[in-house]
Design a protein around this ligand. Structure first.
Ligand SMILES: C=CC1=C(C)c2cc3[nH]c(cc4nc(cc5[nH]c(cc1n2)c(C)c5CCC(=O)O)C(CCC(=O)O)=C4C)c(C)c3C=C
Ligand SMILES: [Fe+2]
Length: 509
């Protein structure tokens, strides 16, 4: 797959290689009424477009490249977004632009915790059951959510009784709307959560009511994972497929954006600022802590998450080195759930190991999510800090999540603007501007690219283990096992219950 960059560029249609005239954003009128040439022809690009084939993200790009690619024959005009030149070909009359921010969602009150967990575990991208057992998805989700909710409630109670995610995501949406407006791209920005309000379905209803004609879908996860952006996009795909309005609405997706210069710089800014608070900043170990995923996602399903995470850390460190900050650093994975193997090294084990090796100053950098949430406010700030201090770390710091940090929001706005010419077209990326490469494609194409075979994965959460095992949920698990047995006995003796509802038990009569 891997070829020299020049060979790859030469394989592109000549129109994409021509020098382009620059048109400043000011010359694009606010309502985007640019009469530019419409998409002219389709071509099949059979080439690998990126140089880093070893990364899963690159794999996604390569798949895009092999698909039907529409592009303008004459890209005569460009808009400026940040330092990038963006072809403005797709800006046409009377378009109403929408940006849909996809996020996880979180319980707003303690009463929301169990139903929120139910929605999470009912997601087939979180617990992927073998085909034969799919009918058990919801009963299983109900069961796990009930068993887990006391522990989760404790966590949410300790951060004020609910997740701050909705408030922060709404604020990010508003700041993004303003940033787009300042860059002469008026757009409506919507928030669609996967597991809690405002649900993606609610956002889509509003998008329809508002008569949006062009939609940019932007998951708020810098790195792509099957379990996060992938799950949200799969849901979106299902919604689109069943809706006449949406089937005809042009859209594009920005599946991941960890490699964008603005994001990397914003992260480096936060780290630099936090380092200055230490006694001897140059002696601080920079400790990137990413949310984990079960190992099988990466090794069996081809999730690009780990590769993207490692590349993201490298890019941030390169940026810091350019600022003559040459601290030691490491990456570990946190928040594993259940006893299956997750991405390693684990954050808790790494902290203990670093303490043992004599590291005295640690700066934790949450890297997989751009808002404060339970895993920064409780797990990092309380649990890991305590563990670090117990393990011999003397000075502890934590970089805040990006939230509404202006450089970051401005960069997200640039990503949206750069994607606009590709709305409605299967798109290759902005090849000439490697640094701002945004992989783009339709929802269906994207999902086909990363997960076409939809392999079965072992569930990240083992529901129960027979016998008396040691795990955080042991006692809850024992109670639940007992409950299941009681339910089975009741079902058999009374002839009523979910197994009868599903038509399973009468078979054994
Ligand atoms: C990039 C970020 C995330 C990945 C990857 C991810 C995978 C993943 N998560 C679970 C299980 C749970 N996640 C929970 C909360 C939660 N998860 C993320 C992000 C990622 N998850 C966030 C930001 C949050 C917090 C939201 C908030 O309310 O603040 C929870 C609930 C909390 C708890 O009980 O610990 C669970 C459970 C799995 C199984 C998984 C990969 C398969
Ligand atoms: Fe999670």
């Amino acid at each position: 797959m891997s070829q020299p960059m020049n060979a790859r560029i030469q394989a592109l249609p000549p129109s994409l290689l021509q020098p382009r005239a620059k048109l400043s954003a000011q010359r694009i009128c606010p309502c985007l009424r640019l009469q530019l040439e419409a998409f002219a022809h389709s071509k099949l690009l059979k080439t690998s477009l990126v140089s880093r084939d070893s990364f899963g993200w690159s794999k996604t790009q390569s798949v895009f490249a092999e698909r039907s690619v529409k592009h303008s024959s004459e890209l005569g005009a460009l808009v400026t977004s940040g330092s990038q030149e963006v072809p403005a070909t797709a800006f046409v009359d009377n378009d109403k632009i929408g940006v849909l921010l996809l996020n996880l969602g979180g319980p707003e009150t303690l009463d929301d915790v169990q139903p929120f967990l139910f929605n999470l575990f009912a997601d087939p991208d979180i617990i992927r059951l073998p085909r034969l057992f799919r009918f058990l998805q919801k009963p299983l989700a109900q069961f796990i959510s009930v068993v887990r909710s006391p522990k989760s409630k404790e966590g949410y109670a300790s951060i004020g009784g609910g997740s701050p995610l909705r408030r922060i995501t709404d604020a990010q949406a508003e700041e993004l709307r303003k940033a787009l407006c300042d860059k002469n791209v008026p757009a409506k920005v919507y928030v669609g959560m996967r597991y809690w309000h405002p649900f993606t379905e609610e956002a889509i209803e509003q998008i329809k009511r508002d008569g949006i004609t062009k939609l940019v879908v932007l998951p708020l996860y810098p790195q792509f994972s099957i379990s996060t952006s992938g799950s949200s996009l799969r849901l979106l795909e299902n919604i689109f497929r069943e809706d006449e309005y949406l089937v005809n609405m042009q859209h594009t997706v920005i599946p991941s954006w960890y490699q964008r210069e603005g994001y990397i710089k914003a992260m480096a800014d936060l780290i630099e600022k936090e380092l200055e608070k230490f006694d001897s900043p140059q002696e601080v170990m920079i400790f990137f802590s990413a949310h984990g995923v079960p190992l099988a996602y990466v090794e069996e399903a081809g999730d690009p998450y780990k590769a993207e995470m490692e590349e993201c850390v490298d890019l941030i460190m390169e940026e810091l080195e350019r600022r003559t900050i040459n601290n030691a650093y490491t990456l570990a994975y946190q928040s594993r759930v259940g006893p299956v193997e997750w991405l390693k090294p684990y954050t808790d084990e790494t902290i203990i190991e670093l303490g043992r090796k004599g590291v005295k100053r640690l700066l934790a950098v949450p890297i997989s999510f751009v808002s404060e949430h339970i895993e920064t406010l409780e797990e990092i700030d309380v649990e890991y800090k305590e563990l670090a201090l117990k393990s011999g770390i003397e000075q502890w710091g934590r970089v805040p999540a990006l939230g509404c940090e202006p450089t970051f929001i401005s960069d997200l706005a640039d990503a949206v603007i750069e994607s606009l010419p590709y709305v409605g077209a299967m798109a290759v990326s902005n090849l000439e501007a490697r640094q701002s490469l945004v992989p783009l494609g339709s929802v269906e194409e994207l999902l086909a690219a990363y997960d076409s075979q939809r392999r079965e994965l072992p569930p990240p959460v083992v529901v129960w283990e027979w016998g008396w095992t040691k795990s955080a949920e042991t006692w809850n698990g024992r109670a639940a096992m007992l409950a299941v047995l009681v339910l089975l006995v009741l079902e058999v003796t009374t002839g009523e219950g979910f197994l009868h509802q599903w038509g399973i038990l009468p078979l054994f009569r």
